[in-house]
Design a protein around this ligand. Structure first.
Ligand SMILES: [Zn+2]
Length: 328
């Protein structure tokens, strides 16, 4: 799978060079439109020193030797080295120029292209692992089992995998127990020098829906990707850059390793993410309502692979953002 290998090398190697090159690049020229601020595709091309910007119908393709970014007019989906991201606002072409919102530039495109520039990256040596649902809250009811059980099993495997890689861990639950979202946030916020990962599996009325998606908290002033699951324009948790970088690291590694449908890096204001004072993501490891996904999720082998994939991604995130801390 060439495309996924490319993405991985991009995250491990390509990003540093992009960041260095962009240092002396052009300034941004802001374009007001419809109450928002935008920048042009040409401006993005020159700032990040892409060697080429090709326009093919509705598609815009930015190219560098080790990086390809694709946009589509009137679409929120973009692809960076073939991995899908969902913007807060669509790319538009109101006049002769194609433009992207400054919010998406600052909160998604830039931290993904230049993770070493992210502000506030603190040292972390601990991962708070949150197994979704529990006890009477079964989560999604799948073809072969309950979401809550898959979440707990995967979370326990992730705990082991992270310990093996030298991290400390803290579980929000280690048994079939019910916790409110507030209790989960409380656990997360009581741990210092940590990041937070909430492990879930997906469900849909559409039995054909399948694949993996990774959520980062929606930035302030934007809507979430699935409008229905948002709860207003609440304040972001102030860690937007780190959230999207963590989501990218985990999602890219999952796409590289798991061989499943790419549903993209998305944004949401899940309560479990909103109140957390540290880099946080919510990972959906497949659909328990899809026959193929459900069969895979029901095997220990798949859940073990998910756990080691997420653990390896956390190692690469720590490298990418330079947040490594000395082990005591
Ligand atoms: Zn869930």
């Amino acid at each position: 799978m060439l495309r996924r290998c490319l993405l991985l090398s991009f995250w491990l190697v390509g990003l540093a060079s992009i960041g260095d090159k962009a240092d002396a690049a052009d300034e941004w020229k802001l374009i007001p439109y419809g109450g928002l601020k935008y920048v042009s595709a040409a401006n993005v091309k020159s700032f990040y020193r892409f060697t080429e910007l090709e326009e093919k119908g509705k598609k815009l393709i930015f190219k560098s030797p080790n990086l390809v970014m694709e946009w589509e007019i009137n679409s929120q989906a973009i692809f960076i080295n073939k991995v899908k991201f969902v913007l807060s606002f669509p790319v538009i072409k109101p006049t002769y120029r194609s433009i992207v919102s400054v919010v998406d530039l600052a909160k998604l495109i830039d931290p993904v292209l230049r993770p070493s520039y992210i502000k506030h990256v603190g040292k972390f040596d601990t991962v708070v692992i949150d197994a979704g649902h529990g006890a009477h809250d079964s989560g999604a009811v799948g073809v072969l089992g309950y979401e809550k059980n898959y979440c707990l099993d995967t979370a326990l495997r992730l705990e082991k995998a992270l310990k093996k890689r030298g991290f400390k861990t803290r579980m929000t639950r280690s048994a079939d127990k019910f916790l409110t979202l507030g209790q989960r946030v409380q656990v997360a916020n009581s741990v210092k020098n940590a990041i937070f990962i909430s492990v879930h599996f997906n469900s849909s009325d559409n039995r054909l829906a399948n694949g993996i998606e990774t959520y980062a908290l929606a930035p302030q002033g934007t809507t979430s990707t699935n409008g229905g699951r948002a709860s207003g324009f609440r304040k972001g948790n102030n860690r937007d850059g780190e959230n999207i970088a963590l989501a990218t690291a985990v999602h890219a590694m999952a796409m590289h390793r798991m061989g499943v449908e790419d549903r993209g890096v998305k944004r949401a204001r899940f309560n479990v993410l909103t109140g957390i004072n540290k880099p946080a993501i919510l990972f959906e490891g497949g659909f328990v309502t899809h026959s193929g996904d459900a069969r895979r999720i029901n095997t220990a082998e798949y859940r073990e692979k998910l756990a080691s994939t997420v653990a390896d991604a956390i190692v690469s995130f720590r490298k990418a953002v330079g947040g490594a801390s000395k082990r005591r």
